[in-house]
Write a protein that binds this ligand. Structure first.
Ligand code: SAM
Length: 217
């Protein structure tokens, strides 16, 4: 069985009893970063073998893990945070397992964008998850133009390194819309920032943006 197991997005207590049970019984835990996952495993006294499964080894490692699954091993797939498969290499393994008729199941838990959406107070009955916006300015601006035509709530992931540039683009392309930034959800410095891109940019001129961000438009 391939178990897709959601893990905390910050607070180590945000894990289900079933996730702990499944992690404890795994033959192998495939992690994005084994050092990162070790913090969680140590916290819950879980001592099972781990292997790294990340962007640069995702094709060869997925084939190796498929071999173990075919040999009746129980493999747990986790990501650095949240639900595997949402913007991490998990997709490659999940897809390969399904194509090879490997029994696959999910142990549900946090995903950053769902929590940001409900906390934003924006309509959540219909929404579009845009993932990370493009790195390059022109592509990012084109993507924002495309998104501004949607008639539902839009969610994007963003890093602290690009948030100022992205806010600048949102300001020029989407004008004075009220937006919401969710920062460091479930962590010590969790913050929800509401306002126009202009107002939020001014705030960041006083305090440099830090941490992980989600933008809700
Ligand atoms: N698999 C994850 C999930 O289920 O949400 C997403 C992984 S994605 C590679 C990482 C991005 O998710 C970060 O750059 C940030 O935009 C967002 N993110 C993850 N944890 C977060 C948190 N605690 N607070 C705010 N954003 C977070």
């Amino acid at each position: 069985m391939l178990y897709i197991v959601a893990t905390p997005i910050g607070n180590l207590k945000d894990i289900t009893l079933r996730a702990i049970e499944v992690l404890k019984s795994a033959d192998l835990i495939a992690c994005e970063d084994t050092r990162h996952t070790k913090i969680l495993l140590d916290h819950y006294g879980i001592s099972r073998p781990t292997t790294s499964f990340f962007q640069h080894n995702r094709f060869t490692k997925a084939e190796y893990i498929l071999g173990l699954l075919k040999g009746d091993k129980n493999i747990v797939l986790v990501s650095d945070a949240g639900t595997p498969g949402i913007l991490d290499p998990g997709y490659n393994l999940i897809n390969l397992a399904i194509k090879n008729n490997i029994p696959t199941t999910v142990i549900p838990g946090p995903s950053a964008f769902i929590n940001a959406l409900v906390l934003s107070g924006k309509p959540a009955h219909e929404f579009y998850f845009a993932g990370f916006l493009p790195n390059k300015k022109l592509s990012r601006q084109n993507k924002l133009r495309e998104l501004s035509g949607l008639k539902c709530t839009v969610i994007c992931y963003e890093s602290c390194h690009r948030i100022l540039a992205t806010l600048g683009d949102i300001q020029s392309i989407m004008d004075a819309r009220d937006i919401v930034l969710a920062r460091e959800l479930t962590k010590k410095f969790e913050e929800i920032i509401r306002g126009t891109p202009q107002v939020i940019l001014e705030k960041f001129q006083k305090n440099r943006p830090r941490g992980e961000f989600i933008i809700i438009l």
